[in-house]
Design a protein around this ligand. Structure first.
Ligand code: KE4
Length: 424
């Protein structure tokens, strides 16, 4: 298949040629390839190349591509049909698995995407608290709902400004964006204006400005200050859920959310998002209560089959120490390769998600993430791709390891990094 011709056709039919912006390689240059199949940690392109894959579909594939147990579960479900538009047993089984993994989740509602789940969780928080203002953190991404596409205005105290065309300033004014990891700023805002705050929504480990772990005490401060002022703490665990621990960041850091947003791994590679929390909050949702939310394919039987198969393997928790060691091995090798090359770097990791920043660490917020050398990352990305290793095509994304990334491929990645760093 001629990828250049395919790309020309894609540009003639799809805006920017892609169905999600980051796939267009805008941050790293060049034309993207087309993926046609994948298995384990390997992804095959339409041009016949096989790549060691650290995108892993942006997080869902913690077991690797096309895991046989997941494929078998989806194939079995497929033979019975694709969607019924009626309650199906898999939705109940998957919701019960999430209840078991997240003690803070007494009730769960499924959606098609993480965006829908985050959007509905915020709507629910506003209804439950009868307050309007939402606090988020610059550099965190919670999907593309209007109120989430905002950035801090001048000075963290002022209301936010839209970070996308088409978002009315009035929507942005209901959201305040603060610097990530700044417990002082969050505490001050919640003490001064806590009475108007519906919720604080945060990635407990940031993965959308590159991997930025929470500083000690940051999550605990958000938990304490929100409890004091009656705002809800919404932990967006779309990436971290089932990734950094079976019970997500809540298990890893011991901080319980009022509402949890899930996605990615939950769907085992098929479209699935979810949000959940205490029954007294979740039971405000239609049809039980006055907060409307719905979805044609929410919790559809193929996605729940993939999710149940994935969580059934993860629920033994045996995989997490293995993933931790894979992440440690890769991070150590990348750091050594950068030191040998004399390249300023910060390898930031939480479990099996990491980012190599070309800048002085520690990277604790969006400002320090943006100070890293993006041009160097773009050249490094292309060098790695030439050597058969696919990194996320953006310095502001997480690299993901899966159960399928063996030591040989990790060591091959480190060797490719050593070679790519020469002359960067
Ligand atoms: P989706 O609507 O893409 O399923 O989920 C939105 C979302 C919500 N919360 C967090 C913490 C997320 O990371 C995401 C989606 N992540 C991006 C990239 N990290 C998905 C990739 C893309 O947009 O193409």
């Amino acid at each position: 298949m001629n990828e250049r011709e395919l790309w020309r056709r894609a540009l003639a039919a799809i805006p920017g040629g892609v169905n999600s912006p980051v796939r267009a390689f805008g941050a790293v240059g060049g034309e993207p390839f087309f993926a046609v199949s994948a298995r384990g940690d390997r992804l095959r392109t339409a041009g016949g190349r096989e790549l060691v894959d650290y995108v892993c579909s942006w997080g869902p594939l913690i077991l690797g591509h096309a895991h046989p147990v997941v494929l078998a579960a989806v194939e079995e479900a497929l033979r019975k049909g694709t969607t019924f538009g009626m309650p199906s047993p898999g939705e109940v089984a998957l919701a019960e698995l999430v209840q078991g993994a997240f003690p803070s989740v007494e009730r769960l509602r499924m959606t098609g995407t993480g965006t829908e789940a985050a959007m509905a969780a915020v709507r629910l928080a506003r209804a439950f608290t009868r307050r309007e203002t939402v606090v988020k953190f610059s550099g965190c991404y919670h999907g593309h709902a209007d109120g989430m596409l905002v950035e801090a205005g001048s000075g963290a105290e002022t209301f936010s400004v839209p970070s996308s065309a088409g978002v009315p300033p009035s929507f942005a004014r209901a959201t305040v964006s603060l610097p990530y990891n700044d417990a002082g700023a969050a505490g001050a805002l919640l003490r001064e204006r806590g009475g108007e705050i519906a919720c604080v929504i945060v990635e407990p480990v940031a993965g959308n400005m590159g991997v930025v772990p929470p500083l000690p005490g940051f999550l605990e401060a958000l938990r304490d200050r929100t409890r004091e002022c009656g705002a809800l703490l919404v932990l967006d665990e779309v990436i971290t859920g089932f990734r950094v621990a079976y019970g997500g960041a809540q298990e890893r850091f011991g901080v319980a959310a009022d509402l949890t947003v899930l996605g990615k791994i939950l769907g085992g590679g098929l479209p699935l998002g979810a949000f959940g929390g205490r029954a007294e909050i979740m039971d405000l949702l239609a049809p039980a209560g006055p907060v409307y939310q719905a979805g044609t394919l929410s919790g559809n039987p193929l996605a729940t089959a993939a999710g149940i198969a994935t969580l059934s393997i993860l629920s033994t928790r045996r995989l997490y120490p293995v993933l931790e060691e894979k992440g440690r091995r890769l991070a150590a090798g990348l750091g050594e390769a950068c030191r040998e090359a004399g390249v300023p770097h910060a390898v930031q990791r939480e479990g099996s998600m990491l980012t190599l920043f070309f800048g002085e660490g520690p990277i604790t917020d969006l400002e320090s993430a943006r100070a890293a050398d993006r041009g160097r990352f773009a050249r490094f990305f292309r060098g790695m791709l030439e050597r058969g290793v696919l990194l996320p095509p953006s310095p502001f994304e997480a690299w993901f390891l899966s159960a399928a990334h063996g030591d040989r491929d990790i060591d091959r990645t480190i060797d490719a990094a050593r070679e790519s760093l020469r002359g960067l």
